[in-house]
Design a protein around this ligand. Structure first.
Ligand SMILES: [Zn+2]
Length: 153
């Protein structure tokens, strides 16, 4: 998957966050600190205010996207690449493809490669649900074939 394809699928920052929220929260926002579902959306941001423990949070808390300044679409591309062919994407290639510095690409790949089992399962859902692994059906027709990702040992 290319950045252009990711931008087509997620044209705005909002669409990326909504996608992430759908995958991370499924049934609705849950506070990552106290697990309470009692929350109020913070106006004008993607954050929620937890009415139980009084902290604010977004869907990125506890994920590799937490406090990232990198466009989520770049992350999605990097994750899709890494999951499709673990260990095969080089920092140089990724940096060229998503227009970030080589150091940034290197850090992104390290984060993905060091992700825990649970984190990886979530990341797989993020790119799977966005239909970004493997061949994406042409002309808007997504392939119905289920794609499995094998991780090399
Ligand atoms: Zn809370």
């Amino acid at each position: 998957m290319t950045l252009t394809e990711a931008c087509k699928r997620f044209p705005t920052r909002e669409s990326c966050v909504w996608h992430l929220e759908r995958v991370v929260w499924r049934g609705g926002p849950v506070c990552p600190y106290c697990r309470s579902a009692n929350q109020t959306p913070s106006k004008g941001t993607f954050r929620r205010h937890c009415n139980n423990c009084n902290t604010s949070y977004s869907a990125t808390v506890g994920t590799i996207f937490h406090q990232t300044h990198i466009d989520l679409r770049c992350w999605f591309v990097a994750i899709a690449r890494e999951l499709a062919e673990p260990g095969s994407c080089t920092a140089r290639r990724l940096s060229n493809d998503i227009s970030v510095s080589k150091d940034t690409a290197c850090r992104m790949l390290a984060k993905i490669r060091n992700a825990s089992h649970e984190e990886l399962a979530l990341l797989k859902k993020v790119v799977d649900a966005g239909r970004m692994i493997g061949k994406i059906g042409t002309k808007g027709k997504a392939s119905k074939k289920r794609i499995t990702v094998k991780r090399k040992k």
